[in-house]
Design a protein around this ligand. Sequence first.
Ligand code: SF4
Ligand code: SF4
Ligand code: SF4
Length: 316
Amino acid sequence: MDLSRRGFFKVLGAGGAALGAGVRTANATELPIPSLDSLGCLVDTTLCVGCRKCEQACNQRNSLPAPAESFEELTVLEKERRMDETSYTVVNKYYPENIGTLTWRERPTFVKFQCMHCNDPSCVSACIVGALTKEKNGAVIYDAKKCIGCRYCMIACPFQVPAYEYKKALAPQVRKCTFCFEYVEDGGLPACAQVCPREVMTFGKKKDLLKLAEWKMKNNPGKYVDHIYGEKEVGGTSWLYLASEPFETIGFPKLSHDAPPRLTEKIQHSLFQYFAAPIILYTFLGGVMMATGFMKNGKKKTEDIASERGDNHESS
Ligand code: SF4
Ligand code: SF4
Ligand code: SF4
């Protein structure tokens, strides 16, 4: 999946350069970067026991289809999973690679994943019709009425979050965690945070969450690695994580501190601001659709190969 993504960006870069040769480079629009008063969630992975109650609560709140295996089935944790169009959040289990000096390394780490609700989201920047927006409260939300199904957001997301309803013949949509936007706007909690019996997630203002994360690290020497994931990655995210393991060993991509959307934005502005011929746009969108189809097939193939080999972990 990674290879196809990198390959796609190479093609995209070449295409962007070709477009740029014929037109002036447009100025990128500034996206609203929310203040530290915006909302977020701090996930303390050291507290999670992998009960999957958060997955179930999310499924119910969003009226998603029932999974093939019940939420009580914990053997699913043995295989690394990703979010998809029927699961906006998944919990994965990671066994320690080395028993080191940290006291918590004798147990597996459970990690709940969902959309990170980035401060400067690539998906928002990539969407050419404004179907994805970054809200003042920190949530990144999707408007199905505006979406044209190009799936560019899927390519752009550095966390590979947005999923597409490939199996739905009529009006398929992009699907991802909504941050329980309506509930949060009304002063409520995200369903996953509300239900968690271990209080793994703390919901609140980002500035308070960062203080809490620092307090936890200072007052529990040896328990956490010295890193708040999401504080700086891709320009910061509304969801923040603490862990006892280096993040790259528990399913998190190692990402730069710079927000990545500018390449995609430059291309869009070249296309629209300078009235590039529609044929260029359709060729471009066709390429994106082929690429996302290729990624989906690539993932299927990888899963098949992994299952034939009897691997425990899906390659990402
Ligand atoms: S409900 Fe809480 S403890 Fe259970 S899997 Fe989700 S985050 Fe972990
Ligand atoms: S994690 Fe991906 S889908 Fe979520 S806001 Fe960031 S770029 Fe968008
Ligand atoms: S915030 Fe809401 S939509 Fe997102 S994972 Fe939690 S319950 Fe699901």
